[in-house]
Structures are given as structure tokens and as C-alpha cells.
Design a binder for this molecule. Structure first.
Ligand SMILES: C[S@@+](CC[C@H](N)C(=O)[O-])C[C@H]1O[C@@H](n2cnc3c(N)ncnc32)[C@H](O)[C@@H]1O
Length: 387
């Protein structure tokens, strides 16, 4: 049993509260930070969080924090950490540096300085230094500079947790798996109402929905986690965590459908989903949103249409106006959620959103907007209540 240690879970801007709730469901009490949450963990908690969290991008194990006012301070402080407790001189490491309003302005410089400090420590003690491996290091170190405060952590995830391992093929502008899971969570989907993504591209939203509905752990298809290479790695504990989480996997009983008008997108989606045990649970079709009837009488729609950024549109306003028209004419009774960074075009939807949630899709500031598409009767009922 390890001593408890502080953990920082990084996530996407806008998903922090949802991550606190998700971790709470995993038995972890976390506090809100910006694009991150923090909690106290043990190896057991760290392994479980890495395997089960759909909304975290990475989990960092805190090592130390200190003030830095000049370059030499950074070198000296990093050099004084007992790195030999974490790796041997025959292993490899990589450094990720993040800078925020810092005395340093160049992340590469910070990473280089820290690398030298670690290498020099090993050379002095053992006459040999660990190598740097940026792709598959034995230890990934995170250095976060916030003004003069430097925090040093170990990246227990290794590489970003959005890389779930099931998305072998992608199509244009695929959404991050963490963001897709976040949209599903923010929509409040009850896992009983049929779910439809009519512009599913490579199938990320339907696949994340199926993983959630089947309680398939987020890390089920993933090959690597950073902590498995750590010196204190406990393989029996890791096997137990996976076995316990996998035992909860259940059949999907709710209809989940994805569609896209690009044949190649659907080809990619089918390859991604059908290679997993969830293949039979997700129905994927080539379909033009405007020329197809809704797949269910009522349901919840989560849509990630082109934003006129990575996928260029001839006329963004006309495109979004037509989306609104199709929703109005064909989808009464549905709840529709749309994420887009095209804030101007979203205004031409012709429908009043009942909720707007600010989010980021990579560097793009987005809104995740909800439209309640009342049936005539419900609309009349609503109007008469407000009169
Ligand atoms: C931003 S991408 C969606 C990416 C997807 N979420 C993923 O993770 O791969 C937008 C998708 O909308 C599709 N699309 C655009 N117009 C469409 C239409 N009228 N009907 C169906 N799909 C459409 C495009 O082919 C593209 O795959």
C-alpha cells in the first residue's frame, strides 16, 4: 500500500465539473481547478482513474513544487530531485513542459534545461545517464510553470487518454474521444433514450455512447499506460482493477445510431466499431441528414457538424440554417445537441436554444447548444402555460 499522494487530472476546458462528478462516481473526491481537477490518491486510485475515466486527458502524480526566479534555479531544483528513485540510468525519460505567464517563455528551453539537470545528476552518481525517448519513455515527466511556481509531476497516463485504442481509422475533423464522452455526459443522456449522431464521421460519439451504455471502461482497448513502467508498479493490483471494472460490462439495450453522408467516413466508423465487442450495438449508415427520416420516433441527437474551420463550407450560414430547418420539420419531440465553433452561423439556426454550454474543441472556442424540439401539442401546451 503506497502513501497517499496529490494527483492532478487534466481535462478539457468546460469539462472540469463533469470530471469531478465522474470521479465522485469512481469513489474519488476531487476539487475543481482550471482545465484540471485535483485529489489525493493511492496507486489503486490512480490505476482505477486511468482505466475508467472518460473525461480526463491525463493523471499527473505530484512530486514537488518550488519557486524559480532565474534559469539556474530551475536547473538546481530539478537536479536535486532523487530521480534514481523513479528510473535507472539504463531507462529512458521524456519531459513535457507547460508554461503559463511564466518567467520562462519557451517550453522547449524549460524541457531542455530540466533534461540536462536530470542527465547530469545520473552522470555524477552513476557515470551514465538515461536516454531521452519522446515516443515511448519509461518515465514521462511533466513540468508546469505558473508564473514563478514550478510543479514537477509524473505522467501516470503516459500519452493522452483520449487515445482510447479503438479509433484505428479517422475521417475529416474527428472529435477527441474525451470531448465526445464529455458531450454525452453534459447532455445528461439517460442511457435509455435512443441516441443518434447524424454526422458521426469516424463514429466517435456513437462509440463513446456505446462504451458508456455497456459500462466498457474507457481504457479497455488501450495498450499502454505510463504507470506500468514505473518502479513501484504493482501488476497484481492492476490486474485486479481491470478485472473488477471489466466485470461490470453489460449488454447495450438502448438503440444507438450514427450516420454520415460521406461513404469513406462510414467505412472508417465501421472499421473502428465493428472490430470491438460493441459492433452489434451501434448501427452505422450512409445517410444525408436532410434527406433521411429520423431513425427513431423520438430520441436524443448529439451532432458535431462542420464548423467551417477544418471542414470548409461554401456558405456556413446557409448550412446552419438548413440544419435548423431539418430539425424543425422532421425532428419534433426530439432533444438535439449541437457543438460548433461557428458562433455566428449558430445564430441562423432559426431555433431558440434552451441551453448553451461554453467548451473548447482543441483551440476552437465552441458552444454546445441544446434545442428542445417540441411537438405541436407540447408547444401549444407550453405556450398556454406561459400565457
Ligand atoms: C466535424 S465532422 C464529424 C466528426 C466526427 N464527430 C468524428 O469524430 O469523426 C462533420 C461530419 O459531417 C458530415 N456531414 C456534412 N454534411 C452532412 C449531411 N448533410 N449529412 C450527413 N453528414 C454530413 C461530414 O461528412 C463530416 O464527416
Amino acid at each position: 500500500m503506497t502513501e497517499p499522494f496529490p494527483v492532478i487530472a487534466k481535462t478539457l476546458s468546460g469539462l472540469e465539473e463533469a470530471l469531478v462528478t465522474e470521479l465522485h462516481e469512481l469513489g474519488i473526491k476531487a476539487e475543481l481547478l482550471h482545465r484540471a481537477v485535483s485529489f489525493t490518491g493511492t496507486n489503486e486510485i490512480l490505476y482505477r482513474a486511468n482505466y475508467c475515466s472518460r473525461l480526463a486527458v491525463r493523471f499527473l502524480k505530484f512530486i514537488t513544487s518550488f519557486e524559480v526566479s532565474k534559469q539556474q534555479d530551475l536547473y538546481d531544483q530539478i537536479n536535486s530531485i532523487a530521480w534514481e528513485e523513479f528510473i535507472t540510468e539504463n531507462q529512458s525519460f521524456a519531459i513535457d513542459a507547460v508554461i503559463n505567464q511564466s518567467v520562462f517563455t519557451n517550453t522547449l528551453f524549460v524541457a531542455q534545461k530540466a533534461k540536462d539537470a536530470i542527465a547530469d545528476r545520473f552522470r555524477t552518481i552513476y557515470g551514465k545517464r538515461p536516454s531521452v525517448d519522446l515516443e515511448h519513455p519509461d518515465l514521462r515527466i511533466n513540468i508546469h510553470m505558473q508564473k514563478e511556481q514550478c510543479t514537477v509531476s509524473l505522467d501516470s497516463s503516459g500519452y493522452s487518454l483520449h487515445k482510447r485504442g479503438y479509433r484505428k481509422r479517422t475521417w475529416e475533423a474527428p472529435i477527441s474521444e474525451v470531448l465526445a464522452a464529455g458531450l454525452i455526459r453534459l447532455s445528461g443522456w439517460d442511457q435509455q433514450t435512443p441516441l443518434y449522431d447524424p454526422m458521426c464521421g469516424s463514429g466517435t460519439i456513437p462509440m463513446e455512447a456505446a462504451m458508456l451504455a455497456s459500462a466498457t471502461p474507457a481504457g479497455y482497448f488501450r495498450q499502454e499506460f505510463g504507470f506500468v513502467k514505473w518502479r513501484d508498479f504493482d501488476p497484481d493490483l492492476w490486474e485486479r482493477i481491470k478485472t473488477e471494472a471489466n466485470a461490470l460490462i453489460r449488454p447495450v439495450t438502448v438503440p444507438i445510431r450514427g450516420a454520415d453522408n460521406a461513404r469513406q467516413a462510414i467505412h472508417a466508423a465501421k472499421i473502428n466499431i465493428r472490430k470491438t465487442h460493441l459492433g452489434p450495438d451501434v448501427d452505422i449508415q450512409v445517410a444525408n441528414f436532410h434527406a433521411t427520416k429520423p431513425p427513431f420516433e423520438v430520441g436524443i441527437m448529439i451532432m458535431n457538424p462542420p464548423y467551417d474551420e477544418r471542414i470548409q463550407l461554401d456558405d456556413g450560414i446557409a448550412f446552419y440554417r438548413s440544419l435548423g430547418d431539418t430539425l424543425k420539420h422532421l425532428y419534433s419531440g426530439w432533444e438535439a445537441w449541437i457543438i460548433s465553433s461557428d458562433l455566428k452561423a449558430l445564430k441562423f439556426f432559426g431555433l431558440k436554444p434552451s441551453l448553451k454550454i461554453p467548451l473548447f474543441n482543441g483551440p476552437l472556442e465552441c458552444r454546445f447548444v441544446k434545442f428542445d424540439l417540441y411537438t405541436g401539442a407540447r408547444e401549444e401546451d407550453r405556450r398556454s402555460k406561459t400565457l
